[in-house]
Design a protein around this ligand. Structure first.
Ligand SMILES: Cc1cc2nc3c(=O)[nH]c(=O)nc-3n(C[C@H](O)[C@H](O)[C@H](O)COP(=O)(O)OP(=O)(O)OC[C@H]3O[C@@H](n4cnc5c(N)ncnc54)[C@H](O)[C@@H]3O)c2cc1C
Length: 507
């Protein structure tokens, strides 16, 4: 009971929360926080008919709005790469070429996961190779200083791109590792503070790095069961936004889960405290925080912690906390609409990062191993449509109201559709409400094209010691196979620009 007594109120008190002032992040001196969390939300309310009408209108609207070709120029390689040195272009072309060769990626992944890595000499050679190729291409640096330098060069000299800083740990299994990761995330905010204010757009956190994975699974099970049976009591549950829709998959939780033990409840509070500490630090540093989306087995708990913290921290125009929606999920659009409507109803601005999703193969494997239909759209076209419809819904919403959207994508068509819509609605230059983002080392033409069209563009920049970042690189390599081999447009444009520079130098 003593553990349960560490209630939300105490939790907030222990973080010495004050009141927010209505200043948007990244505009001026930091605002101060609020302890007001007693907003009550009717979680049983399911405005399905309103939702169905909105979804139908959204589909029609997005399909009609496809005249999108003219706002981003991806053909003028000289203009696109004007801020990139020839050495960088050469290295990028070589690294992308290497990463696009499937046999090399297969071999690399086999080696990294093999027992050979236990031999010190072999391991050192492999790590040195990775460091000077993939790591340097896709990561910002091993420590704070190297990362700061990379962010500065991304932002200065006409490049004008911003950084989403992410300490690239994958997940933690106990409180000790979570505490270590918390320190690393807090240090990440310190890195942001030491850089020019406009150069860092977001701090990114993986919740499974600050709350043990097993616990996130347990909490997700309990939340899922409560959605099925509203009489199922979760005494530890805080106010949140809707996490499920009627079509959300429930196959992860086939039988009524046991309540959390006192120890689990305590660990959940510790996880939430860690998240609130990061929120507070981000608020003080005037830089927003985005929580990454992960597997569906843990996403309900991630959304729950994200939304309950957003209710405490997002006030007026100040969006401290952004969640992430994965458009490859069949229930993505409904969940986005429900969460954003509930946020409007209780008067908090909510920010969303919209991605397609990076755990496709493992999601499909899990669903099929349990004998259920995959939670992922049956075709890539459906994923594209879902992505564009979610983007369209949010762009309409933020054009006239609260909220913010980060379109995290390498998909040129999605970029063009969103830009055309934003242009029609008059959202654009220096808007903090609509931003674009690509992974560091990927889709440079799209990033520069969007920047040239007047939008805020960020690069998602993982950093940390090579050994810590390797699981992140392996996951990206595995999940982004198609993407890396589809980077041929990038390489083509880079080669074109290299040839032009060579010619100019010779003549
Ligand atoms: C800034 C940033 C942040 C990100 N954060 C997250 C995050 O928090 N969580 C997360 O899960 N991912 C995240 N990602 C990765 C993202 O989800 C994608 O894996 C990646 O960006 C590729 O999608 P795309 O929008 O760039 O689209 P595209 O370049 O069009 O790539 C589409 C890819 O989607 C896949 N795909 C999706 N649905 C289907 C389907 N139904 N059938 C077949 N293939 C399908 C295919 O592999 C294909 O290669 C992030 C990406 C970026 C750029």
């Amino acid at each position: 009971m003593a553990i349960r007594a560490l209630s939300q109120k105490k939790l907030l008190k222990s973080l010495s929360l004050r009141y927010f002032s209505p200043k948007p992040l990244n505009t001026a001196a930091s605002a101060s926080p609020s302890a007001s969390s007693s907003i009550s939300i009717n979680l049983t309310e399911k405005p399905e008919s309103i939702l169905q009408n909105q979804l139908a209108a959204l589909s029609a609207n997005t399909n009609a709005n496809t005249n999108n070709s003219s706002y981003i120029n991806l053909h003028d390689a000289e203009k696109l790469f004007s801020s990139v040195s020839t050495t960088k272009l050469l290295r990028a072309t070589a690294n992308l070429h290497l990463a696009s060769m499937e046999p090399i990626v297969d071999l690399g992944m086999w080696v990294m996961n093999s027992k050979l890595m236990d031999m010190e000499v072999f391991r050192d050679i492999v790590l040195a190779f990775v460091k000077h190729t993939f790591y340097e291409h896709f990561c910002a640096g091993e420590n704070a200083l190297a990362t700061e330098n990379t962010v500065r060069s991304l932002n200065s000299g006409g490049a004008g791109l911003r950084a989403m800083l992410v300490y690239a740990v994958e997940y933690a299994s106990d409180n000790q590792s979570c505490d270590r990761n918390l320190e690393a995330f807090l240090d990440t905010v310190e890195i942001a503070k030491s850089l020019p204010p406009s150069s860092v757009s977001f701090i990114i956190v993986k919740l499974s790095a600050i709350c043990p994975m097993k616990l996130l699974e347990r909490v997700s099970d309990l939340l899922r069961w409560q959605y099925k049976d509203s009489s199922f009591n979760l005494p530890w549950k805080l106010d949140t936004l809707p996490i499920f829709s009627d079509i959300s998959p429930t196959y992860h939780t086939l039988k009524r889960p046991e309540p959390l033990t006192l120890e689990e409840e305590h660990d959940l509070q510790l996880g939430h405290q860690r998240l609130l500490k990061i929120c507070q630090k981000c608020l003080d540093a005037n830089v927003p925080l985005t929580i990454d989306a992960e597997h569906t087995s843990v996403q309900p708990a991630i959304d729950y912690l994200t939304y309950s913290s957003a209710i405490m921290y997002n006030k007026y125009d100040n969006i401290v906390m952004y969640g992430t929606i994965q458009a490859y999920l069949k229930d993505a659009k409904e969940r986005l609409l429900l969460a954003s409507k509930a946020a409007d109803n209780i008067g908090i601005p909510m920010g969303f990062k919209l991605v397609r999703g990076a755990y496709m193969s493992s999601e499909r494997k899990l669903a099929s191993s349990l004998g259920f239909e995959s939670p992922i759209h049956n075709s890539i076209q459906e994923t594209h449509a879902c992505y564009n419809e979610c983007a369209s819904f949010m762009i309409d919403k933020i054009a006239n109201g609260p909220g913010a959207l980060v379109l995290a994508t390498h998909n040129v068509e999605s970029g063009k559709i969103a830009v055309a819509k934003a242009h029609d609605l008059g959202i654009g230059r220096v808007s903090q409400k609509l931003e674009f983002a690509q992974l560091y080392g990927m889709s440079e033409p799209l990033s520069f094209g969007l920047r040239n069209a007047g939008f805020q563009v960020s690069k998602y920049m993982p950093f940390g010691p090579v050994e810590i970042v390797i699981p992140y690189l392996l996951r990206r390599a595995e999940e982004n196979r198609g993407l890396l081999s589809a980077s041929s447009l990038d390489r083509q444009l880079m080669r074109k620009e290299l040839k032009r520079r060579l010619k100019a130098a010779v003549i």
